[in-house]
Design a protein around this ligand. Structure first.
Ligand code: 2AM
Length: 212
């Protein structure tokens, strides 16, 4: 699927209110926007940010089923919880101004496109589910990374390699994904109709991802 230069609508992506107790975007804009008043007595508060595609229940069910088959085969590790299953498009890391990032995302050309699960793989002891290498997915990642770069917003420049993390610090016998699991790859798909700016916080029981 290639992208036409003239027909894309503006991007659609979710916005929501700040979690209770966090600094608001307006406060942040006041702190770090252009033209901060000299002597402004406000604290800088970075947030760990990334941009992701949220998965629908059908995809999550397929992935949770796969995780269960892994457990059944004796795989141990930090399994990604249901609510945290996602597909990262770009990782920004610590950054103080989510509103600025949202403004940049608004400029990214986007139109809905399908994705589907496609096999499994690993980066060391991190095991993941793959996605078909659709042109639309890659061009979205490319477009939004270009927009971030042009706006001077830092992000991890590692090559985009579409994956959904299933388990970190995975361990099972010889550390390879068991044959029994590989024999039954997950199946499922969805239409991507938006992408989201996400905030990541370390909670008592693991990472908490919040859509901003
Ligand atoms: P992952 O996609 O391989 O699981 C929030 O941390 C999300 O951003 C996770 O999905 C995470 O990895 C991804 N990510 C990409 N680059 C990262 C980096 N350099 N540091 C932490 N997380 C990163």
């Amino acid at each position: 699927m290639s992208s036409s230069k003239t027909t894309f609508p503006t991007s659609t992506w979710s916005s929501g209110s700040s979690p209770a107790g966090s600094i608001t975007c307006n406060e942040l804009a006041g702190c770090f926007g252009r033209g901060v008043p000299a002597g402004a007595n406000q604290q800088r508060k970075d947030m760990r940010l990334f941009i992701a595609i949220q998965l629908n229940d059908e995809m999550k069910e397929a992935l949770a089923g796969l995780q269960q088959r892994m457990r059944d085969q004796g795989v141990q590790g930090n399994f990604t919880r249901w609510e945290n299953l996602h597909l990262t498009l770009a990782f920004i890391g610590e950054y103080p101004d989510p509103e600025e990032v949202k403004d940049v995302l608004e400029t990214v050309r986007f139109e809905p496109f399908p994705i589907s699960l496609d096999g499994m793989g690993s980066f060391g002891n991190l095991w993941w589910a793959g996605l078909d290498g659709s042109d639309a997915l890659r061009s979205l990642a490319k477009g939004l990374r270009r927009a971030l770069a042009e706006a001077g917003i830092p992000f991890d420049r590692k090559k985009f390699s579409p994956h959904i993390t299933l388990v970190r610090k995975a361990y099972c016998r010889g550390r390879a994904i068991p044959e029994e699991v590989l024999r039954e790859p997950p199946r499922g798909g969805m239409v991507v109709d938006h992408f989201s700016l996400m905030r990541s916080d370390r909670g008592k029981h693991g990472m908490i991802y919040t859509e901003l």
